[in-house]
Structures are given as C-alpha cells and as structure tokens.
Design a protein around this ligand. Structure first.
Ligand SMILES: NC(=O)c1ccc[n+]([C@@H]2O[C@H](COP(=O)([O-])OP(=O)(O)OC[C@H]3O[C@@H](n4cnc5c(N)ncnc54)[C@H](OP(=O)(O)O)[C@@H]3O)[C@@H](O)[C@H]2O)c1
Length: 271
C-alpha cells in the first residue's frame, strides 16, 4: 500500500515522532520516503539522527515531494500552515490533520478545491504505539485512500472510521480517556499505599491488574459484567468493594466526565 508513497509531516513534535516511529517499526514505509518539515530545526535534526528520515528545509519542497501530507502542528499553528501549503498542492496529495478541534470544513475551505482531506483524533498512547485513533473523511476521499489513512494510524495502535459528527464524542472518550484512566491508576496505587503496601509493589500490582483485565476482555470477548460476576462471590470481598463504588456512583461520574469533555470539545471547535 505504501510502497511508492512519499509521506510528508508538517510538524515533527510528539505526535509526528510517534507516527514516524510506528510506521518504521511496522515497516510500512522506509525512512528515505518520510519527509519532515518543522519550524524548529532541532526537531528535524533529532528525527533525522534517530530515524534517518529526510528533513525538508521548506514546506514547499515537502509538499511537492509528498503524496500524503500529515499536518501534526498545534491547532493554533494550523492557520499559518494551511496558508503556507495552499500554493504547493497542485499534484493533489491526500492531507491528514491530527489537530484537535479543527473541522474538515475549515481544512477544506483553506486548501485547493477537490483535495482529499481526512481529520484524525489520535490519543497519547500512540506515543508507545498503543493509540486509539478515529478518522473522518471529506467527500473527496476514496475508499482506497481511506484504507491507506487507516493503515497509517494502525501503525501506532487501533484506528476506526467515524462520521465527523462523532468527533467531539471521540475527543471526550478516547482523546481525553488516557487522563481518566491515569487518574484511576493513581487512585488505586494510593489505595494500596493506604493499606500499607510499599508504593512500588502497589504500582506493579495495579498496572498488571489493569493490563491483564483489558487483555481478558479482549481475549474472552465476554461482556465486562459477565467477567465481573466471575470475580464476585456471594458475601465476598469484591462485592463489598463494588458496593462502595456503586454508592459513590462511579459509573455515573464516568458518564458525566465524558459528557463534559464532549461538550467542551464542541465549544472549543466553535470558537
Ligand atoms: N499529543 C497528543 O496526545 C495529541 C493527541 C491528539 C491530538 N493531538 C494533536 O496533534 C497535534 C500535534 O501535537 P504534538 O503534541 O505533537 O505537538 P508538538 O509536540 O508541539 O509538535 C508540534 C511541532 O510543530 C512545530 N511547529 C509549530 N509551528 C509550525 C509550523 N508553522 N510549521 C511547521 N512546524 C511547526 C512545533 O515547533 P515549536 O515547538 O517550535 O512550536 C513542534 O515541533 C496537535 O494539533 C494536537 O491537537 C495531539
């Protein structure tokens, strides 16, 4: 799929680097076909020295050499990047933006007409090649191009296609999700410490419990409630713990957290 494709990254920060690392590890593309333009030359130097990619001195040369261009700059820098790119896209590359909150309509209206544009919401575990990304396309993206875009993000984890109307919900769920899980992990570790366990022991047990539980849900494909019932013996320890969580309405709190983040994403997108 990627054999002849040259990929250009505008912005080689955390996310740009994670994607480059994933693509190289998955052997989807060779380093000499990855071009990076970053306003900070120390970033391009670092990426060249670490991965052997090709730094571009100007956005124009990156654009003209690439069939796929990934825009991996912060949302506040996107306006400038789109303006700089606009005049160098006559060859019709696919453009992917990972900037949070920038709608497809803004991207499409800032670029030459008819260009295939994909909006992506990745999340931070992409930095360790375990991300969850959702992708939405504009009307000019063919099924084949969408498969190519999905493969790119599958190199750094899982990726699904969603309609753009779900992007705020995706942002509230998987985009912000790692922060919620980290808060739970931190809380469990502190709980172990409260019970007198050394911190490093508590941390090891909690991390393995979280990782193992995720794996159990995936591998058995059984409903989480069913797996939970298997651990919850009558009059036992687990039901005593679960009763507290239900009394404190943890499930409702999770729903409200995702609702709040989704609505905040909508507000930020409109502004
Ligand atoms: N990190 C995440 O977990 C995450 C999750 C979901 C979505 N995203 C999205 O991913 C995008 C990138 O995030 P990041 O964390 O990778 O940011 P980052 O580490 O700040 O990387 C962005 C890079 O782009 C450079 N840059 C700024 N203006 C530029 C321009 N005009 N042309 C070329 N390069 C320019 C920056 O240089 P300077 O530092 O010198 O400005 C920086 O090296 C953001 O839009 C964010 O919304 C990130």
């Amino acid at each position: 799929m990627f054999e002849q494709i040259h990929l250009g990254f505008v912005g080689g920060g955390n996310m740009g680097e994670a994607l480059i690392k994933g693509l190289l590890q998955a052997s989807l593309v060779s380093p000499d076909r990855i071009h990076v333009y970053d306003i900070s030359s120390s970033r391009t130097r670092h990426l060249r020295d670490s991965y052997g990619i090709r730094p571009s001195r100007e956005i124009a040369s990156l654009a003209s050499e690439s069939q796929i261009i990934v825009l991996a700059v912060k949302p506040q820098n996107m306006h400038q990047v789109l303006a700089d790119l606009r005049g160098h896209l006559a060859h019709g590359p696919m453009v992917l933006s990972i900037a949070a909150g920038i709608p497809i309509s803004t991207l499409v209206s800032s670029l030459p007409e008819g260009l295939p544009v994909v909006r992506v919401m990745p999340n931070t575990p992409a930095l360790v090649l375990s991300g969850a990304s959702a992708l939405s396309r504009c009307e000019h993206v063919t099924d084949e191009q969408m498969q190519t875009a999905l493969s790119l993000f599958r190199a750094v984890g899982k990726a699904v296609e969603v309609e753009e109307k779900w992007m705020d919900a995706v942002t509230g769920l998987s985009g912000s999700g790692p922060a919620y899980i980290l808060l739970l992990i931190e809380g469990f570790i502190d709980a172990g410490v409260l019970m007198g366990l050394p911190r490093h022991v508590a941390a090891e047990l909690v991390l393995q419990t979280v990782e193992g539980t995720v794996r159990m849900v995936r591998e058995t494909t059984r409903h989480p409630a069913e797996l939970k019932d298997m651990i919850t013996s009558p009059g036992g320890t687990t039901i005593a713990g679960l009763k507290v969580l239900e009394e404190r309405a943890v499930r409702g709190a999770l729903m409200e957290a995702v609702r709040a983040a989704t609505s905040r994403s909508g507000e930020l997108g409109r502004s």
